[in-house]
Design a protein around this ligand. Structure first.
Ligand SMILES: *[C@@H]1O[C@H](CO)[C@@H](O)[C@H](O)[C@H]1NC(C)=O
Length: 226
């Protein structure tokens, strides 16, 4: 009897372990910040938020669960849609650090809702809505990417900078290589658009990216003013 019970418990534990291993939701996060001066200086136009022009700083684009093979899960749980009431204490930080620049002007809710529904629901085994948005805000504060670049003499002054100087400055401070995404301005120059930093599934450690997107910047890139 006792043996049978132990066996039952053992097999239940084993099944749980298997489920956890098999049901691995994602492998790491991309934490993506975008430069507003570049967003506004490409083919698509930009519109400032209803509450005013954002500061001359990177804005959060998103915190995206990803797989090591480069693919990613999305729209993982339609039963847990974005709910503004869960992040009411974060809204003023969100408006400052996670502004929407798409047209027409908006107060950010549509952007945040898209990010949660598409990406955030895929990490809900680790982070609830409040924790998800708070983690992104805290990552932005703690990384301080603009301050790092400015400390290395890299300013949003429409000047050109070597791609390697940007990467080296950031790696020197955060301990991992960022992935830099560029877009092309109207004169055909490669310009700094987004900076990706990889973060482990707990959200607490910056890691080397297991895989990066495939776009390429020129070796010299413009940092547009905003
Ligand atoms: C943004 O506007 C929508 C209506 O368009 C409203 O439901 C929502 O509460 C607003 N959010 C904030 C943070 O002002």
């Amino acid at each position: 009897m006792e043996v049978k019970l132990n066996l039952l418990i053992f097999s239940t534990v084993l099944q749980c372990l298997l489920v956890l291993c098999v049901a691995q939701d994602f492998d790491f996060f991309y934490f993506v910040q975008q430069w507003p001066g570049t967003y506004c200086d490409t083919d698509q136009s930009c519109c400032y938020p209803t509450y005013g022009k954002p500061a001359s700083d990177f804005g959060i684009h998103g915190l995206w669960p990803n797989y090591n093979d480069g693919s990613y899960p999305f729209n993982c749980d339609s039963s847990n849609p974005f709910d503004e009431s869960q992040i009411s204490d974060l809204v003023s930080r969100m408006q400052e650090h996670w502004p929407s620049l798409s047209c027409p002007s908006s107060n950010g809710t549509t952007f945040w809702s898209h990010e949660w529904n598409k990406h955030g629901t895929c990490s809900e085994s680790v982070l609830n809505q409040h924790a998800y948005f708070k983690l992104a805000l805290d990552l932005k504060d703690n990384l301080g990417i603009l301050q790092i670049l400015q400390g290395a003499g890299i300013q949003p002054d429409d000047g050109s900078y070597s791609l390697s100087s940007l990467k080296d400055a950031i790696k020197g401070e955060i301990g991992a290589t960022p992935y830099i995404e560029c877009s092309t301005d109207s004169s055909g120059n490669s310009q700094l658009y987004q900076i990706y930093v990889c973060v482990d599934t707990s959200g607490s450690n910056v890691i080397e990216c297991p895989v990066t997107p495939s776009g390429k910047c020129s070796s010299s890139i413009v940092f547009p003013s905003f």
